[in-house]
Write a protein of this length. Sequence first.
Length: 367
Amino acid sequence: MMKYKIARSSKTDINLAIQEATSELKNPKLILFFSGVDEFQDYAREIKKQFPEAITMGATTFAAFCKAGAYKDTLLVLGFEDGIRCEAGVLEEVDKYPLKYVDRVETLAANFHEPQNTVCLEFSSALISCEELVLSTLNAVLAKKKIPVFGGSAGDRGKAEKSMISLNGKVYNNACVFLLLENLNGKISFYRENIYKPTQHYFKSTKVDVRQRIVYEYDHKPAAQVMADALGVNLRDLPNYLDSYPMGHIIGNEMYIVANNAIVNNNAMAYHARIYNNSQIVLLEPDDYKTVIKSTLEKVKRECKNSSLTLMVNCLARSILFEGDGYLNQFATDAGEALGDYVGFAGYGEQLNEEHFNQTMILAVFE
């Protein structure tokens, strides 16, 4: 059996919060934790000090989720005592050269031989456009071994100020901390949910700066004007629509959400994920998200009858949308009713296998 404990604390004293959130942990192998930015460094240091034998890995978040609800300015802890095998590492200089550290992935991956029961869980530094470089580094090793990659970019209060990640007490702001995690009790299933649906407006990207995540032209016309025309609005009003009308990046039979970042020089569009030249793109619009979420949760419940624990990454933008509608806490408790025990965090991007995307929820369900 997978043996774990989920606990949280909103106490303002760092040591009292850690004590409350870890009081039931006896001899953990792995501790995952999430909190706001302000106390994160202290939590990272002190949790490792208290559990020196455990792997401790964490990320800052907009909100922390579990079946009891959605919590801000709270320390949420998931401690594994049995039923898993894990090893962790870090990629550094991820904004430019994570590939320099690929041997760290190779060293760990050599010890894992059950890909259907294993996941690479990763937390990446946000707001430095590193995610695609991180994924290509991890997948250079893991794709050959058929080990899936699942994770997210760290979060903050939603003002794009500062995010942090941590491994074994050390805090990073230009890195990816990753963990190869084998479920000794069975397989791991993955789900991805979009609450935006395609409009009838399809484009091809014809001039891009991949590294800067900028599209200058769709179908040889200025990208911002193309989007404004599709929405039937003036270019000067376009900023009001950016949050609600992301782009869909079509890859094969799948569609991944790419969040709008900003209009550049009145004619180009900057995004929160890469769009390559000659990509198939569709303008998205909001779907009825409560219906979509209900259907996702019912599907997971139907397909994963023996689930023991779920990990969730629920995009920061979705969390802000839900909070504005007074739905954030209900979202968390509804998820708990369907999934049972779970923990989740909210950051600036979601990653699954080879793709980095935005405004999405992903789930890893452990048997």
